[in-house]
Each structure stands twice: as structure tokens, then as C-alpha cells.
Design a protein around this ligand. Structure first.
Ligand code: DGL
Length: 272
């Protein structure tokens, strides 16, 4: 492929809420020079319990919002939106669109007990894309689906280890461990923020798989092949936007990102 000139435009990243910041962390670690614009549709989170048409509509609006910036690629940092509409977004956009999906295959390849648990939203687990992933996993591995309603709300509220969060985790994680799972696939971008609490609940020896590092590597490949990585000497931009920017939201952003992060205030005309 011909190498084009380096491209200093931004990477747009979206999620239903703040969970996609787990993907931004990995993008930032692997491609520190890239400009990143993050958009969390926090006033309409969760997506995981909504109907297909609604998720498609919201995802299109999220992309339209991000495209007000000058973008060279989009990351769908939401397993639910990826499962429902990554293909249609790819067909509509003339730039790399990288999605995120539960790491069923890496989990199935490395389990020692032959049993893995997949923690994700109800919508992701019910999707055709997820069914397909399971159908190509090694047949001898038992894959236990674990919908986790309420867990992403804990992250949105900054409740990483409160009694409520720990009680929910016991409800979801303990049956997986009791069934013999040694590997838990984190199939929602919010859940890696609960990794410590999940480990605490599951006990020693559990392996957690977050697909975000693979997503960052994939995007890097897609940009690097045609020579589109950013070569600027300037400090990279990190812009964070949410549909309901307020003090509480900014407090969570600072907990999840850095303590000097700032949320952009959006006026009604630019909000999805
Ligand atoms: N973070 C989203 C995902 O990865 C889901 C949270 C939601 O239900 O909106 O699936």
C-alpha cells in the first residue's frame, strides 16, 4: 500500500457513557502522540438494555457529533454498539472504524479448566455477532454468558468498591467461579474499571481479559500501514465530551482519567 503523508487529525472515540475511557487508556498508552476526542452519551446510558433501532440511531448521532471535529478514524468503544451496528457504521464512513467485542477466542484458547465466563450487556450477549463468535470458538470450551445489569451504573457513579457494587459482583461472578471458570472475559468497556473488585470477588487464579489492548493494536496497524500515524511534536489533544456535562460527571472523569481532566461543556446545538 502507498504510504500517505502523516495525518495529524484526531481519533474519535465513543461509548454510551464513561466506559470507553478504558479503551482511551490503551490508545493513549500505545499511540501517545495521537489526538483523541472522546464522547460519552451519558444522558442516554445504558445502551445495553435498549432496542436495536434505538442503539443504531444513538450510535449514528454519536458519530455525527464526533465528525464535527476533523477525524481520521473512529473507535466504537462500546461492545453493545459494535455488536449492533459496527457493520453499518463502517459502510457509512470512509475512514477506519474499529469496534470492540468480547475476547471470547483469546479466552477460549487460554483457559485451563475449559470454562470461561463472558460478562457483558444483555444486548451484546443476545446479538448475532456474539453468537457467531461463540460458534467459531473451540467446541470443547464451555462458554457461560453472564449478563450484568447494573454493573455499568456502578462505574458511571464512581462506585468501584461500595457494598452495592461488591454485592452485584458476588451475584454475577461467584456462580461463574463455582461453575469452574478460570477466565472472565470483560465484554463491556465499563468493567475493566472494576477489575480489582472482580479479582477480589473471584479469588486468586482468575484471569481477566480486556479486549481494549487488542483494539489499540488493531487501530495502530490500520493507521500505520498507510502511514497515517501522527508525527507532530505538539502535545496531543485529549478532549472529553459528554451529553450531560456537569460537576458530578467531571468528578467521575477525573477519577477515571486524570485529576486535571476537563469536560467540555456542549451547548444544545451541538449535542446529539
Ligand atoms: N460500555 C458499553 C459496552 O461496552 C455498555 C454499557 C451500556 O449498557 O450502555 O457494552
Amino acid at each position: 500500500m502507498d504510504k500517505r503523508a502523516p495525518d495529524n487529525r484526531s481519533i474519535g472515540v465513543f461509548d454510551s457513557g464513561m466506559g470507553g475511557l478504558t479503551a482511551v487508556r490503551r490508545l493513549h498508552a500505545l499511540m501517545p502522540k495521537e489526538n483523541i476526542i472522546y464522547f460519552g452519551d451519558t444522558s442516554r446510558v445504558p445502551y445495553g438494555t435498549r432496542g436495536r433501532d434505538t442503539i443504531v440511531k444513538y450510535a449514528r448521532q454519536d458519530v455525527a457529533f464526533l465528525r464535527q471535529f476533523d477525524l481520521k478514524a473512529i473507535v466504537i468503544a462500546c461492545n453493545t454498539a459494535t455488536a449492533v451496528c459496527a457493520e453499518s457504521l463502517r459502510a457509512e464512513l470512509s475512514m477506519p472504524v474499529v469496534g470492540i467485542e468480547p475476547a471470547v477466542l483469546p479466552g477460549a484458547r487460554t483457559t485451563r479448566t475449559g470454562i470461561i465466563g463472558v460478562m457483558a450487556t444483555t444486548k451484546t450477549l443476545a446479538s448475532a455477532k456474539y453468537r457467531h463468535l461463540k460458534s467459531i470458538a473451540p467446541k470443547e470450551v464451555r462458554i457461560i454468558d453472564c449478563p450484568c445489569p447494573g454493573l455499568m451504573d456502578c462505574v458511571e457513579a464512581g462506585e468501584f468498591r461500595t457494598p452495592h457494587t461488591m454485592a452485584l459482583l458476588r451475584e454475577y461472578v461467584e456462580p461463574l467461579v463455582e461453575a469452574g471458570a478460570d477466565t472472565l472475559v470483560l465484554g463491556c468497556t465499563h468493567y475493566p474499571f472494576l477489575s480489582d473488585a472482580i479479582r477480589l470477588t473471584a479469588g486468586p487464579g482468575i484471569r481477566l481479559i480486556d479486549p481494549a489492548p487488542a483494539v489499540a493494536r488493531q487501530l495502530k496497524r490500520r493507521l500505520d500501514e498507510p502511514g497515517l500515524l501522527n508525527d507532530t511534536k505538539k502535545a496531543p489533544a485529549r478532549i472529553f465530551c459528554t451529553t450531560d456535562a456537569n460537576e458530578a460527571r467531571e468528578r467521575i472523569l477525573r477519577l477515571l482519567w486524570t485529576d486535571n481532566a476537563v469536560l467540555q461543556k456542549l451547548d444544545g446545538s451541538v449535542r446529539p
